[in-house]
Design a protein around this ligand. Sequence first.
Ligand code: PMP
Length: 271
Amino acid sequence: MTRIIYVNGRYLPYSEAAIHPEDRGNQFADAVYEVCEVREGRLTDETRHMTRLERSLGELGIPLPMSRAAWGRVLRETIRRNRVRHGLVYLQVSRGVARRDFYFPSPDTLPTVICLARRLSASKSEALAAKGIAVVSTPDVRWARCDIKTVMLLPATMAKQRAKESGANDAWFVDDEGFVTEGGSANAWIIDREGRLITRALDQSILPGITRSVLLDLLKREGITLIERPFTIPEAQAAREAFITSATSLVMPVISIDGKPVGNGAPGLIA
Ligand code: PMP
């Protein structure tokens, strides 16, 4: 249960937390966010998440609302007040409140900052990882700057809902050339017959996932070969393994794609 939400400097009870109707995040999706895992009461990969948040804000020209040290205090206090040992913390920054107008408001407009923390069941996600997930492909109809973590999530919402309605757990976006970009809210990976990991290289078509970057560092240490290149759905269906990465799912095996089993249809050894 989320009990307390941080909104612009105040820790408010859930039912009292609110933002203004003319918030730019509300009217224009003019806002960015981060989701960090909380494990044993501690933030995972905090520095990488904060670096990405600052980059997202910079790309949109939203002023930095607070220092790293202040973010750290807000995140920890929100986690503490919600007594989260295992779960997530969600942080959102919009360009602030202004009379509805496409042009940016005056530079002294204060960004709106929201932070909430929520418990997640560790055993449920472990159980799902042990079983693996099914994904379905869908055309990537998102904008050309998916490297910025904006709250403009309608394409992901539509894709994930359709996946759910078809009995799958998640969607994989496919670009105009037939290559997988990424998952609805995760990066997409496959492992080929030679045991090499393959994931799309970073560009403006995908989010630079924090879990992806941590995994890349681990692979180097483990001496596992990585190839950063795009792959197609038929290639993924014929792969030895497939999986997704995100802060909340970590490494989640994918056992079927568009109804076709990957490998032997069970989570693979490497994932
Ligand atoms: N791609 C998209 C579109 C996402 O929404 C997410 C989750 N935020 C990711 C990738 C994975 O990123 P991370 O590992 O930082 O959670």
